[in-house]
Design a protein around this ligand. Structure first.
Ligand code: C5P
Length: 401
Protein backbone atom coordinates (compact mmCIF):
# COMPACT_ATOMS: atom_id res chain seq x y z
CA UNK A 1 0.00 0.00 0.00
CA UNK A 2 1.22 3.50 -0.88
CA UNK A 3 0.92 4.72 2.69
CA UNK A 4 3.58 7.40 2.15
CA UNK A 5 2.54 8.48 -1.35
CA UNK A 6 4.12 11.82 -2.27
CA UNK A 7 5.65 12.38 1.15
CA UNK A 8 9.05 14.06 1.04
CA UNK A 9 11.39 12.62 3.61
CA UNK A 10 14.81 14.10 4.19
CA UNK A 11 16.88 11.27 5.64
CA UNK A 12 19.86 12.60 7.61
CA UNK A 13 22.51 9.96 8.24
CA UNK A 14 25.26 10.50 10.78
CA UNK A 15 28.35 8.38 11.44
CA UNK A 16 27.32 5.27 13.35
CA UNK A 17 27.48 1.60 12.43
CA UNK A 18 23.65 1.48 12.14
CA UNK A 19 24.08 3.62 8.99
CA UNK A 20 24.35 0.36 7.06
CA UNK A 21 20.60 -0.14 7.66
CA UNK A 22 19.77 3.09 5.82
CA UNK A 23 19.81 1.48 2.38
CA UNK A 24 17.08 -0.92 3.48
CA UNK A 25 15.18 1.88 5.23
CA UNK A 26 15.28 4.03 2.07
CA UNK A 27 14.02 1.18 -0.12
CA UNK A 28 11.11 0.45 2.20
CA UNK A 29 10.14 4.14 2.35
CA UNK A 30 10.26 4.48 -1.45
CA UNK A 31 8.28 1.24 -1.85
CA UNK A 32 5.48 2.98 0.06
CA UNK A 33 5.49 6.01 -2.24
CA UNK A 34 7.83 8.37 -0.36
CA UNK A 35 10.49 10.53 -2.01
CA UNK A 36 13.73 10.26 -0.03
CA UNK A 37 16.50 12.82 -0.17
CA UNK A 38 19.61 11.60 1.65
CA UNK A 39 21.92 13.97 3.48
CA UNK A 40 25.07 12.50 5.02
CA UNK A 41 27.63 13.79 7.48
CA UNK A 42 31.29 13.20 6.64
CA UNK A 43 31.51 10.44 9.26
CA UNK A 44 28.42 8.70 7.83
CA UNK A 45 30.29 8.18 4.56
CA UNK A 46 32.78 5.99 6.43
CA UNK A 47 29.96 3.53 7.19
CA UNK A 48 27.91 3.51 3.97
CA UNK A 49 28.84 5.03 0.64
CA UNK A 50 27.00 7.96 -0.97
CA UNK A 51 26.93 5.84 -4.13
CA UNK A 52 24.86 3.17 -2.39
CA UNK A 53 22.49 5.76 -0.98
CA UNK A 54 22.20 7.50 -4.36
CA UNK A 55 21.39 4.18 -6.02
CA UNK A 56 18.64 3.23 -3.56
CA UNK A 57 17.13 6.71 -3.26
CA UNK A 58 17.40 7.58 -6.95
CA UNK A 59 18.73 11.04 -6.04
CA UNK A 60 22.23 12.46 -5.61
CA UNK A 61 23.24 12.53 -1.96
CA UNK A 62 23.84 15.93 -0.37
CA UNK A 63 26.82 16.04 1.94
CA UNK A 64 28.46 19.43 1.82
CA UNK A 65 27.47 22.89 2.93
CA UNK A 66 30.27 24.56 1.05
CA UNK A 67 29.96 22.88 -2.33
CA UNK A 68 29.25 25.55 -5.00
CA UNK A 69 27.87 22.96 -7.46
CA UNK A 70 25.44 21.54 -4.91
CA UNK A 71 24.37 24.98 -3.76
CA UNK A 72 23.70 25.90 -7.38
CA UNK A 73 21.21 23.02 -7.75
CA UNK A 74 19.19 22.28 -4.58
CA UNK A 75 20.87 24.51 -1.98
CA UNK A 76 20.61 23.95 1.74
CA UNK A 77 17.72 26.35 2.25
CA UNK A 78 15.74 24.77 -0.60
CA UNK A 79 16.43 21.33 0.85
CA UNK A 80 15.21 22.52 4.24
CA UNK A 81 11.99 23.82 2.67
CA UNK A 82 11.49 20.72 0.48
CA UNK A 83 11.03 18.24 3.34
CA UNK A 84 7.70 17.17 4.85
CA UNK A 85 9.67 15.31 7.52
CA UNK A 86 13.32 15.32 8.52
CA UNK A 87 14.33 11.89 9.81
CA UNK A 88 17.72 11.63 11.48
CA UNK A 89 18.69 7.96 11.49
CA UNK A 90 21.06 6.96 12.88
CA UNK A 91 21.43 10.00 15.12
CA UNK A 92 24.75 9.65 16.95
CA UNK A 93 25.55 11.16 20.35
CA UNK A 94 27.64 13.75 18.50
CA UNK A 95 24.85 14.79 16.11
CA UNK A 96 22.38 14.98 19.01
CA UNK A 97 24.83 17.12 21.02
CA UNK A 98 25.42 19.49 18.11
CA UNK A 99 21.68 19.82 17.50
CA UNK A 100 21.04 20.41 21.18
CA UNK A 101 23.62 23.20 21.14
CA UNK A 102 22.00 24.71 18.04
CA UNK A 103 25.13 24.34 15.95
CA UNK A 104 25.22 24.56 12.17
CA UNK A 105 28.73 23.34 11.45
CA UNK A 106 27.85 20.98 8.59
CA UNK A 107 25.06 20.57 6.05
CA UNK A 108 22.89 18.31 8.23
CA UNK A 109 22.89 20.50 11.35
CA UNK A 110 22.35 23.59 9.19
CA UNK A 111 19.30 21.93 7.63
CA UNK A 112 17.96 21.09 11.08
CA UNK A 113 18.19 24.79 11.97
CA UNK A 114 16.78 25.98 8.66
CA UNK A 115 13.77 23.67 8.30
CA UNK A 116 10.30 24.24 9.61
CA UNK A 117 9.38 20.62 8.88
CA UNK A 118 8.83 18.27 11.83
CA UNK A 119 12.00 16.47 12.92
CA UNK A 120 12.27 12.86 14.12
CA UNK A 121 15.44 11.63 15.80
CA UNK A 122 16.38 7.96 15.94
CA UNK A 123 19.27 7.67 18.41
CA UNK A 124 21.89 4.98 17.84
CA UNK A 125 25.06 4.59 19.88
CA UNK A 126 26.87 2.52 22.47
CA UNK A 127 24.69 1.95 25.54
CA UNK A 128 27.09 3.76 27.89
CA UNK A 129 27.16 6.77 25.59
CA UNK A 130 23.36 6.70 25.42
CA UNK A 131 23.02 6.49 29.19
CA UNK A 132 25.55 9.26 29.74
CA UNK A 133 23.85 12.16 31.46
CA UNK A 134 25.04 14.58 28.76
CA UNK A 135 23.34 12.53 26.02
CA UNK A 136 20.22 12.08 28.13
CA UNK A 137 19.99 15.82 28.73
CA UNK A 138 20.59 16.55 25.03
CA UNK A 139 17.83 14.14 23.98
CA UNK A 140 15.47 15.65 26.56
CA UNK A 141 16.28 19.09 25.12
CA UNK A 142 15.40 17.97 21.59
CA UNK A 143 12.15 16.39 22.82
CA UNK A 144 11.28 19.59 24.70
CA UNK A 145 11.76 21.52 21.44
CA UNK A 146 9.09 19.32 19.87
CA UNK A 147 11.24 16.80 18.03
CA UNK A 148 9.98 13.22 18.02
CA UNK A 149 12.38 10.67 19.53
CA UNK A 150 11.97 7.26 17.86
CA UNK A 151 13.83 4.61 19.83
CA UNK A 152 16.41 3.48 20.64
CA UNK A 153 15.83 -0.23 21.11
CA UNK A 154 17.75 -2.29 23.66
CA UNK A 155 19.74 -5.40 22.91
CA UNK A 156 23.07 -6.62 21.63
CA UNK A 157 25.25 -3.91 20.14
CA UNK A 158 27.83 -3.98 17.36
CA UNK A 159 30.57 -3.31 19.94
CA UNK A 160 29.51 -6.38 21.97
CA UNK A 161 27.78 -4.45 24.76
CA UNK A 162 24.17 -5.15 25.63
CA UNK A 163 21.78 -2.34 26.51
CA UNK A 164 19.80 0.58 25.10
CA UNK A 165 21.21 2.34 22.05
CA UNK A 166 20.33 0.16 19.05
CA UNK A 167 18.73 2.06 16.18
CA UNK A 168 15.14 0.91 15.54
CA UNK A 169 14.91 -1.61 12.70
CA UNK A 170 14.09 -0.13 9.26
CA UNK A 171 10.51 -1.48 9.33
CA UNK A 172 9.92 0.03 12.77
CA UNK A 173 11.06 3.40 11.44
CA UNK A 174 8.79 2.95 8.41
CA UNK A 175 5.87 2.29 10.79
CA UNK A 176 6.70 5.47 12.68
CA UNK A 177 6.70 7.42 9.39
CA UNK A 178 3.37 5.86 8.37
CA UNK A 179 1.84 6.71 11.74
CA UNK A 180 3.23 10.23 11.50
CA UNK A 181 1.57 10.88 8.12
CA UNK A 182 -1.60 8.83 8.62
CA UNK A 183 -5.00 10.47 8.95
CA UNK A 184 -6.01 10.29 12.57
CA UNK A 185 -9.78 9.70 12.45
CA UNK A 186 -9.67 8.05 15.89
CA UNK A 187 -7.96 11.00 17.57
CA UNK A 188 -9.66 11.58 20.94
CA UNK A 189 -11.22 8.08 20.91
CA UNK A 190 -10.22 5.08 22.97
CA UNK A 191 -10.34 1.42 22.00
CA UNK A 192 -10.05 -1.74 24.09
CA UNK A 193 -9.26 -5.02 22.35
CA UNK A 194 -9.21 -8.60 23.63
CA UNK A 195 -6.69 -10.82 21.87
CA UNK A 196 -5.21 -14.30 21.86
CA UNK A 197 -6.41 -17.49 23.52
CA UNK A 198 -7.49 -18.08 27.09
CA UNK A 199 -6.10 -20.82 29.33
CA UNK A 200 -8.45 -22.86 31.45
CA UNK A 201 -6.63 -24.59 34.29
CA UNK A 202 -7.26 -28.28 35.02
CA UNK A 203 -4.77 -28.57 37.87
CA UNK A 204 -1.63 -26.63 38.87
CA UNK A 205 0.31 -27.87 35.80
CA UNK A 206 -2.27 -28.48 33.04
CA UNK A 207 -4.71 -26.37 31.10
CA UNK A 208 -7.07 -26.37 28.11
CA UNK A 209 -6.42 -23.75 25.43
CA UNK A 210 -6.51 -23.19 21.65
CA UNK A 211 -4.21 -22.24 18.77
CA UNK A 212 -5.04 -18.52 18.59
CA UNK A 213 -1.81 -16.59 18.00
CA UNK A 214 -3.18 -13.17 18.95
CA UNK A 215 -1.77 -11.69 15.70
CA UNK A 216 -5.08 -10.23 14.51
CA UNK A 217 -5.83 -8.54 17.85
CA UNK A 218 -2.31 -7.12 18.09
CA UNK A 219 -2.53 -5.86 14.49
CA UNK A 220 -5.83 -4.14 15.37
CA UNK A 221 -4.23 -2.52 18.40
CA UNK A 222 -1.38 -1.20 16.27
CA UNK A 223 -3.75 0.05 13.56
CA UNK A 224 -6.02 1.79 16.07
CA UNK A 225 -3.02 3.45 17.71
CA UNK A 226 -1.78 4.67 14.35
CA UNK A 227 -5.19 6.20 13.63
CA UNK A 228 -4.83 8.27 16.78
CA UNK A 229 -6.76 6.18 19.32
CA UNK A 230 -5.71 5.53 22.89
CA UNK A 231 -5.54 1.72 22.97
CA UNK A 232 -5.74 -0.91 25.71
CA UNK A 233 -5.01 -4.51 24.80
CA UNK A 234 -6.29 -7.30 27.04
CA UNK A 235 -4.07 -10.17 25.97
CA UNK A 236 -4.25 -13.87 26.70
CA UNK A 237 -0.97 -15.83 26.79
CA UNK A 238 0.79 -15.04 23.49
CA UNK A 239 4.40 -14.43 22.54
CA UNK A 240 3.98 -11.11 20.72
CA UNK A 241 5.53 -7.72 21.39
CA UNK A 242 3.18 -5.01 22.51
CA UNK A 243 2.73 -2.41 19.73
CA UNK A 244 4.31 0.94 20.53
CA UNK A 245 2.10 3.29 22.54
CA UNK A 246 -0.41 0.57 23.45
CA UNK A 247 -1.25 -0.27 27.06
CA UNK A 248 -1.31 -4.04 27.67
CA UNK A 249 -3.08 -6.02 30.38
CA UNK A 250 -2.11 -9.71 30.52
CA UNK A 251 -4.73 -12.27 31.48
CA UNK A 252 -4.99 -16.06 31.40
CA UNK A 253 -8.46 -17.53 31.96
CA UNK A 254 -11.75 -16.45 30.39
CA UNK A 255 -13.04 -15.39 33.80
CA UNK A 256 -9.96 -13.27 34.28
CA UNK A 257 -10.39 -11.75 30.80
CA UNK A 258 -14.07 -11.13 31.53
CA UNK A 259 -13.27 -9.25 34.75
CA UNK A 260 -10.68 -7.03 33.03
CA UNK A 261 -12.94 -6.44 30.01
CA UNK A 262 -15.85 -5.32 32.21
CA UNK A 263 -13.51 -3.05 34.15
CA UNK A 264 -12.19 -1.43 30.94
CA UNK A 265 -15.24 -1.41 28.64
CA UNK A 266 -17.04 1.58 30.16
CA UNK A 267 -13.84 3.64 30.00
CA UNK A 268 -13.48 3.21 26.22
CA UNK A 269 -15.45 4.28 23.13
CA UNK A 270 -14.90 1.03 21.24
CA UNK A 271 -14.67 -2.60 22.41
CA UNK A 272 -13.30 -5.21 20.01
CA UNK A 273 -13.56 -8.86 21.02
CA UNK A 274 -10.85 -10.55 19.00
CA UNK A 275 -9.86 -13.15 21.60
CA UNK A 276 -10.55 -16.83 21.07
CA UNK A 277 -12.21 -17.27 24.44
CA UNK A 278 -12.68 -20.83 25.68
CA UNK A 279 -16.40 -21.53 25.75
CA UNK A 280 -16.06 -23.94 28.69
CA UNK A 281 -13.73 -24.39 31.65
CA UNK A 282 -13.19 -27.30 34.04
CA UNK A 283 -15.78 -27.05 36.82
CA UNK A 284 -13.14 -27.63 39.47
CA UNK A 285 -9.44 -26.88 39.31
CA UNK A 286 -7.70 -29.68 41.20
CA UNK A 287 -5.53 -28.30 43.97
CA UNK A 288 -2.84 -30.91 43.37
CA UNK A 289 -1.56 -32.44 40.13
CA UNK A 290 -4.03 -35.11 38.98
CA UNK A 291 -2.41 -38.56 39.11
CA UNK A 292 -2.70 -41.35 36.56
CA UNK A 293 -4.64 -44.32 37.90
CA UNK A 294 -4.24 -47.99 37.02
CA UNK A 295 -7.90 -48.91 37.49
CA UNK A 296 -9.31 -47.10 34.41
CA UNK A 297 -8.19 -46.10 30.88
CA UNK A 298 -10.54 -43.16 30.91
CA UNK A 299 -10.83 -39.98 32.85
CA UNK A 300 -13.35 -37.19 32.47
CA UNK A 301 -13.49 -33.57 33.33
CA UNK A 302 -16.77 -31.81 33.88
CA UNK A 303 -16.82 -28.51 32.05
CA UNK A 304 -18.99 -25.48 32.75
CA UNK A 305 -19.78 -22.57 30.47
CA UNK A 306 -17.60 -19.47 30.57
CA UNK A 307 -19.17 -16.01 30.52
CA UNK A 308 -19.61 -14.60 27.01
CA UNK A 309 -17.39 -11.54 27.37
CA UNK A 310 -18.50 -9.61 24.32
CA UNK A 311 -22.19 -10.28 24.97
CA UNK A 312 -21.74 -8.95 28.52
CA UNK A 313 -20.13 -5.79 27.15
CA UNK A 314 -22.78 -5.34 24.46
CA UNK A 315 -25.56 -5.58 27.05
CA UNK A 316 -24.13 -2.87 29.30
CA UNK A 317 -26.85 -0.38 30.18
CA UNK A 318 -24.55 2.58 30.77
CA UNK A 319 -21.47 3.80 28.89
CA UNK A 320 -21.81 0.95 26.40
CA UNK A 321 -18.96 1.12 23.88
CA UNK A 322 -19.36 0.54 20.13
CA UNK A 323 -18.97 -3.23 20.19
CA UNK A 324 -17.24 -5.26 17.47
CA UNK A 325 -17.00 -9.05 17.47
CA UNK A 326 -15.28 -11.71 15.41
CA UNK A 327 -16.73 -14.90 13.99
CA UNK A 328 -14.62 -17.75 12.67
CA UNK A 329 -16.92 -19.91 10.57
CA UNK A 330 -16.48 -22.95 8.34
CA UNK A 331 -19.74 -22.73 6.35
CA UNK A 332 -22.62 -20.39 5.58
CA UNK A 333 -20.49 -17.51 6.85
CA UNK A 334 -22.96 -14.65 6.31
CA UNK A 335 -25.85 -16.48 7.96
CA UNK A 336 -23.89 -17.44 11.08
CA UNK A 337 -22.18 -14.05 11.31
CA UNK A 338 -25.46 -12.15 11.10
CA UNK A 339 -27.08 -14.47 13.65
CA UNK A 340 -24.18 -13.77 16.04
CA UNK A 341 -24.39 -10.02 15.35
CA UNK A 342 -28.04 -10.02 16.42
CA UNK A 343 -27.81 -12.57 19.25
CA UNK A 344 -24.86 -10.88 20.95
CA UNK A 345 -26.28 -7.40 20.25
CA UNK A 346 -23.10 -6.29 18.46
CA UNK A 347 -22.66 -3.17 16.32
CA UNK A 348 -20.34 -4.92 13.89
CA UNK A 349 -18.92 -8.37 13.28
CA UNK A 350 -15.82 -9.40 11.32
CA UNK A 351 -16.29 -12.86 9.89
CA UNK A 352 -13.78 -15.13 8.25
CA UNK A 353 -14.09 -18.51 6.63
CA UNK A 354 -11.53 -20.60 8.51
CA UNK A 355 -12.11 -23.60 6.23
CA UNK A 356 -9.97 -21.81 3.63
CA UNK A 357 -6.27 -22.56 4.03
CA UNK A 358 -3.89 -19.64 4.63
CA UNK A 359 -6.32 -17.32 6.36
CA UNK A 360 -7.39 -16.92 9.95
CA UNK A 361 -6.05 -18.90 12.89
CA UNK A 362 -2.29 -18.69 13.30
CA UNK A 363 -1.58 -17.51 9.74
CA UNK A 364 -0.14 -14.10 8.82
CA UNK A 365 -2.89 -13.31 6.33
CA UNK A 366 -6.61 -12.98 6.57
CA UNK A 367 -9.68 -12.32 4.44
CA UNK A 368 -12.68 -10.92 6.24
CA UNK A 369 -16.18 -9.70 5.58
CA UNK A 370 -17.41 -7.03 7.94
CA UNK A 371 -21.16 -7.07 8.63
CA UNK A 372 -23.31 -4.51 10.36
CA UNK A 373 -27.09 -4.22 10.51
CA UNK A 374 -27.53 -2.31 7.28
CA UNK A 375 -24.58 -3.47 5.22
CA UNK A 376 -21.40 -5.40 4.67
CA UNK A 377 -17.87 -4.87 3.31
CA UNK A 378 -15.52 -7.53 1.96
CA UNK A 379 -11.82 -7.23 2.70
CA UNK A 380 -9.88 -9.51 0.37
CA UNK A 381 -6.90 -11.63 1.42
CA UNK A 382 -4.10 -9.43 2.74
CA UNK A 383 -1.71 -9.31 5.68
CA UNK A 384 -3.36 -9.08 9.09
CA UNK A 385 -1.84 -5.58 9.40
CA UNK A 386 -3.57 -4.42 6.22
CA UNK A 387 -6.87 -6.06 7.19
CA UNK A 388 -6.60 -4.46 10.64
CA UNK A 389 -6.09 -1.01 9.10
CA UNK A 390 -9.21 -1.46 6.97
CA UNK A 391 -11.31 -2.72 9.89
CA UNK A 392 -10.22 0.22 12.05
CA UNK A 393 -10.96 2.68 9.21
CA UNK A 394 -14.42 1.14 8.87
CA UNK A 395 -15.03 1.46 12.64
CA UNK A 396 -13.88 5.10 12.52
CA UNK A 397 -16.43 5.78 9.73
CA UNK A 398 -19.25 4.22 11.76
CA UNK A 399 -18.32 6.29 14.82
CA UNK A 400 -18.45 9.47 12.77
CA UNK A 401 -21.80 8.63 11.14
O1 C5P B 1 -19.77 -17.40 19.83
P1 C5P B 1 -18.42 -17.28 19.22
O2 C5P B 1 -17.33 -17.78 20.13
O3 C5P B 1 -18.31 -17.79 17.84
O4 C5P B 1 -18.23 -15.69 19.09
C1 C5P B 1 -17.03 -15.11 18.74
C2 C5P B 1 -16.99 -13.70 19.29
O5 C5P B 1 -17.40 -13.67 20.65
C3 C5P B 1 -15.58 -13.16 19.29
O6 C5P B 1 -15.69 -11.75 19.15
C4 C5P B 1 -15.08 -13.54 20.67
O7 C5P B 1 -14.00 -12.72 21.11
C5 C5P B 1 -16.32 -13.34 21.51
N1 C5P B 1 -16.45 -14.24 22.67
C6 C5P B 1 -16.37 -13.70 23.96
N2 C5P B 1 -16.54 -14.51 25.05
C7 C5P B 1 -16.78 -15.83 24.91
C8 C5P B 1 -16.84 -16.40 23.61
C9 C5P B 1 -16.67 -15.57 22.51
O8 C5P B 1 -16.15 -12.50 24.08
N3 C5P B 1 -16.92 -16.58 25.99
Amino acid sequence: MQTLAGKKILLGISGGIAAYKCAELTRRLIERGAQVQVVMTHAAKEFITPLTMQAVSGRPVSDSLLDPAAEASMGHIELAKWADLVLLAPATADLIARMSAGMGNDLLTTLVLATDAPIAVSPAMNQQMYLNIATQENIATLARRGMSIWGPAAGEQACGDVGPGRMLEPMQLVSHCEAFFADKPLEGKSVVITAGPTREAIDPVRYISNHSSGKMGFALAEAAQKLGAQVTLIAGPVSLTTPQGVERINVDSAQNMHAKAMEQAAKHNVFIGCAAVADYRPEVIAEQKIKKTDDSDQMSITMVKNPDIIASVASMKEARPFTVGFAAETQDVEHYARTKLAKKNLDMICANDVSVEGQGFNSNDNAITVYWKEGKQSLTLASKQQIAQQIMASIAEKLEA
